[in-house]
Design a protein around this ligand. Structure first.
Ligand code: CTP
Length: 438
């Protein structure tokens, strides 16, 4: 008989009280109703790996929607639900979300694969999940609060640092799991197990990736590109043949490999600075993955990912802005003034500026870009349209031009402080010789 493990004390030590509270309240409620409740999935995995995870997923062996409504009432939250999927989410007053699902025997049917009658609902619920490391549950009913439910060797795989599916049809059922396997493998620095690796190769041979909608593909890709270990994940996807299966033009070459490695450095440097606004990291990596493709070929990629018209326009614009700015900045022979750096880089979305930074091998240009990102871009002038109005200028597009000139002059240190900026504006207004001055 398997040894039972209770992780109540581990939970008490590692979890914030507020989360423990929710689990205890839900467990007590389950006991009152006469059902069994469990916290499952990534949350349990991360407790055992001592990682922070506030995504609470509960599974109850009764009507999950009823359960969620009751829990919401008891904890002053509100419940939203999907009748069709028998799932609900409770949103507590502090914004904490608690997902509640119904464990159901009939969730998936495996003809002749399993003696279903012998399985409890929670076991069946866990069996339909992606990997053993995500298939743990912790019982939260008071008598056995903290009891670890491990039917499939999850603890062993966590210890051996292995990503393993629960059954041979896992990737057939849901081919996005191929990308999830890589994501978890690289996030935790685990290895995909031998048999699981063969199943992935089989799934690729069967072209299962082709059957995925662009929407689901992009969703999984974004999740990977927003993780920490992006470079190693992309290399792994390439090595397994996943990139090629998504689209042959996405296969890595040495130029892309180099730029992606450099992007990881640039983006982690940038994220350490905590600058505003936050950028869409995945877009920068996506540019790296597509490097070298013509505009026409990019259309095929957008098609494969089912990008909307506005997403397409955004990437077309991003690529053009990069092309223009990179051309300008690479052609520079002499030193650049801050205002010149600003004028070249300002029209480019930040994702593109970071891309240019990663792509260039010239240290001087990297320095210019760093200067732009960390200071030039953020510099504010002390004058505004109000000052121009006071100087008697009628509002017109000239306002923007004058303020921009002031900004450029400030960037180069030609003028400093509000008084000098006002004087500068006065001089410029005279030079412009505006006709309609009040
Ligand atoms: N799941 C699955 N197959 C999928 C997606 C999800 O079996 N294609 C299951 C997994 O068991 C997972 C749970 O649903 O643990 C919740 O999914 P998700 O929130 O995506 O996974 P987490 O493990 O919580 O991942 P993360 O840490 O990235 O949030």
């Amino acid at each position: 008989k398997k040894q039972e493990r209770n992780i109540r004390n581990i939970m008490r030590n590692r979890l914030p009280n507020q989360l423990l509270d929710i689990l205890e309240t839900a467990g007590k409620m389950a006991e009152e109703i006469g059902t069994e409740a469990y916290v499952v999935g990534g949350f349990v995995r991360d407790v055992l790996l001592t990682k922070t995870n506030f995504d609470l997923d509960l599974v109850v062996e009764s009507d999950g929607i009823e359960f969620a409504k009751k829990l919401a009432k008891k904890m002053d939250g509100r419940a939203k639900y999907h009748r069709k999927f028998k799932t609900a989410v409770v949103i507590l007053p502090d914004g904490q979300r608690v997902d509640v699902a119904t464990a159901r025997l009939e969730y998936y049917e495996y003809p002749a694969a399993l003696p279903t009658v012998e399985l409890s609902s929670i076991k069946m619920d866990l069996y339909r999940r992606d990997f053993t490391v995500n298939a743990l549950a912790v019982h939260i009913n008071p008598p056995s609060f903290g009891k670890l439910v491990d039917f499939f060797g999850s603890q062993r795989d966590l210890k051996d640092r292995t990503i393993r599916v629960l059954h041979a049809l896992s990737f057939v059922e849901d081919p996005t799991r191929i990308m999830r396997a890589v994501r978890f493998e690289q996030r935790f620095n685990f290895r995909i197990g031998g048999q699981t690796l063969s199943l992935i190769k089989n799934a690729l041979k069967l072209n299962l990736i082709n059957k995925l909608s662009g929407y689901r593909l992009v969703h999984e890709l974004k999740l990977i590109l927003n993780e920490k270990a992006v470079f190693s994940s992309i290399k792994r996807l390439n090595e397994l043949g996943v990139l090629e299966a998504v689209h042959p033009m996405l296969t890595l070459n040495s130029a892309r490999t180099q730029v992606l490695a450099e992007l990881e450095k640039v983006l982690s440097w940038y994220s350490m600075l905590y600058l505003e606004p936050p950028i869409a990291v995945w877009k920068t990596y996506f540019l790296g993955m597509c490097m070298g493709l013509s505009k026409a070929k990019m259309e095929q990629i957008y098609d494969r990912f089912n990008f909307s018209q506005s997403e397409r326009r955004e990437f077309v614009h991003l690529r053009e802005a990069i092309f223009w700015a990179a051309g300008n900045i690479m052609n520079i022979k002499q030193d650049l003034k801050p205002s010149e750096i600003y004028e070249i880089l300002h029209p480019v979305p930040l994702e593109g500026v970071l891309f240019i930074m990663a792509r260039t091998k010239r240290e001087a240009i990297k320095k210019y870009i760093s200067q732009y990102l960390t200071s030039l871009r953020l510099m504010k002038i002390d004058v505004s349209g109000d000052d121009l109005k006071e100087l008697g200028l009628i509002p017109s597009p000239q306002y923007a031009k004058l303020l921009k000139q002031t900004k450029l002059a400030c960037l180069d240190g030609i003028i400093k402080g509000k008084n000098e900026q006002i004087d500068f504006l006065k001089r410029k207004i005279k030079e412009f010789k505006p006709q309609r001055q009040t």
